[in-house]
Design a protein around this ligand. Structure first.
Ligand code: MTE
Length: 316
């Protein structure tokens, strides 16, 4: 497979604003041979995926693509880490549209192409820290969420953004489980405060490792919010609702004491059942590499001001 992989990433390359701002912006150049998804290979999205990755100097290893696309959480396909890669191939993602509703001047049903067309894709190498205390480093390809939201013209009452994943039990076996065997309620819903959603680090991803997003990673459209636990980074988005009140989110509803609405990565606030002080950086070895977890997943310089004055033990 034609994936350019850099062995390492400098820690400073992953985080700071100067870096992600200067990161090469990809224009819509063709990328024949890089495409993972046959349905999209001949299509419009595939042609816009860039043919190279952004930044050459690295120090903190990228997670191998094979691992990032085979160790997944996507409960719509089952709760085992290998379930999404095993079952997601059956998901139809073309055509795809996103319904935009609520506190916006331009509600409507937008095709994926409508959503993406005006924007240049950017590569963002981010840490992904799961609430289960494992982590990866992934080179995403996407567009700033704020640029997309602005096009829908949020009203003055838009205080939060709610995202909803596709509900299609016929293609998502995890949605067919019921009663004792059901894990969480579907459709999966996540949300951000509007200023979080407008933060330049928050992106909508359509690719990773220089190719179209694998279905198990949330194709064709997922959120990536790198300073929050991974469950905020909702996959397979079909609906965006801007609202005046805090959305009711899936994990928060299922276990409110364990999963807060904010879910900012915080090594000082433990999960009720395990420590969040460190994490297993997955590298393909049996145990992974145990490292300290950083406040806001290492993005404190960029995002801490969003929460000034807030008690982060209460708003976990
Ligand atoms: N989105 C949906 N729709 N369903 C899910 O189960 N799992 C979340 C998040 N997005 C999930 C989801 C969790 S817990 C994590 S850690 C990340 O996806 C994992 O993303 P990855 O599989 O691409 O590493």
């Amino acid at each position: 497979m034609l994936i350019k992989r850099r062995a390492t990433i400098q820690p400073s390359e992953i985080t700071p604003e100067a870096v992600y701002r200067s990161r090469r912006r990809f224009l819509g150049t063709a990328a024949a041979g890089l495409l993972a998804t046959p349905a999209f290979a001949a299509g419009w999205l595939g042609e816009k995926i860039p043919s190279g990755l952004g930044n050459p100097e690295f120090d903190e290893a990228l997670t191998p693509f094979d691992l990032a696309s085979s160790h997944n959480n996507y409960y719509e396909f089952g709760t085992d880490k290998s379930d999404p890669a095993r079952h997601a191939h059956g998901l139809t993602i073309d055509p795809w549209s996103v319904e935009v509703v609520g506190e916006v001047g331009k509600p409507g049903v937008y095709t994926l192409e409508d959503i993406l067309r005006p924007h240049d894709f950017e590569e963002r190498v981010y840490r992904l820290r799961c609430v289960e205390a494992w982590s990866m480093v992934i080179p995403w390809i996407g567009i700033p969420l704020q640029a997309v939201l602005r096009r829908f013209e949020p009203t003055g009452d838009a205080k939060y953004v709610e995202f909803t994943t596709l509900y299609r039990p016929s293609e998502m076996p995890g949605q067919r489980a019921s009663g004792f065997f059901s894990s969480i309620d579907f459709p999966y819903v996540e949300g951000l405060r509007i200023d979080e959603a407008m933060h330049p680090l928050a992106i909508l991803a359509v690719g990773m490792y220089g190719q179209v997003l694998p279905k198990q990673n949330g194709a064709p459209l997922r959120l990536v919010v790198p300073w929050k636990y991974g469950f905020k980074s909702i996959k397979g988005i079909v609906k965006i609702r801007l609202t005046e009140t805090e959305p009711k989110t899936t994990w928060n509803l299922s276990a409110p004491r364990e999963y807060g609405f904010y879910a900012n990565v915080n090594p000082e606030v433990n999960h009720p059942r395990w420590s969040q002080a460190n994490e297993r950086r997955l590298d393909g070895s049996f145990f992974g590499n145990r490292i300290d977890t950083r406040m806001f997943n290492g993005y404190a310089d960029e995002v801490a001001s969003l929460y000034s004055g807030m008690n982060l033990r209460r708003y976990y």
